[in-house]
Design a protein around this ligand. Sequence first.
Ligand SMILES: [Mn+2]
Length: 240
Amino acid sequence: MPAGDLPVLIVGDVHGAFERLFAALKPYPADRWRTVFLGDLVDYGMFGVGCLRFARDRSNTDVLLGNHEAAMLWALRDSTRIGFWMSIGGQRHDLDELRSDEPLQRWLRGLPSLIRLPDRTLLQHCGNDGYLSLISLPESDPVKAINERVRDLLETGGEDQLWDVLSGPNVFATQPERLERWLELTGSRRVVFGHTPHRGAAPMRYHGGKAINFDGGLSRSHRLHQRGAPAQASVGPLPD
Ligand SMILES: [Mn+2]
């Protein structure tokens, strides 16, 4: 079955929690779901690059760029950034793994930052409209233009700018007018994101489900993540 006909499975921030990820995906076989990772597979937990390779190789799967992937690529290119990257949970052995795996580097530098599904759900890393700072409006297809700009930045040493954009706080929860404008500009009916742990037992819905946060703190290695948060807070089907 083509991926477009499959139900959509969303995976929030994994942060190196390979074993918890594997357990959370058990009810969702790769051949029966279109899986989308919302970014931040690396850092804090011990198996970030393992999670990247697993997500890359899983069938019917897309992976979005998170701020932690941008920071890791920044550290890879510029060794003066390694200290900063380790201060945000970077694992030295992961950087060594990535350095020795050029196909993985190329794959990472080609990741999209936005995906718009056929049902007009927009998927992105953080709950923020700061992606607009990457393009000039008006723009006939902002989603496509932003993804093209992100790819340019990843190929031309612009990781610092991506770090800023992808680290944006969750403004959609509290600023419905910004949410509405973002949905209108991108031709979307709702937005699904991660990045900011929500501490709920299920993905957190705001404004009648027009914005949904799937960062439920899957990785127990992240100091901000709730201990014992259920995997269902981060991994589950996209609601109807
Ligand atoms: Mn993040």
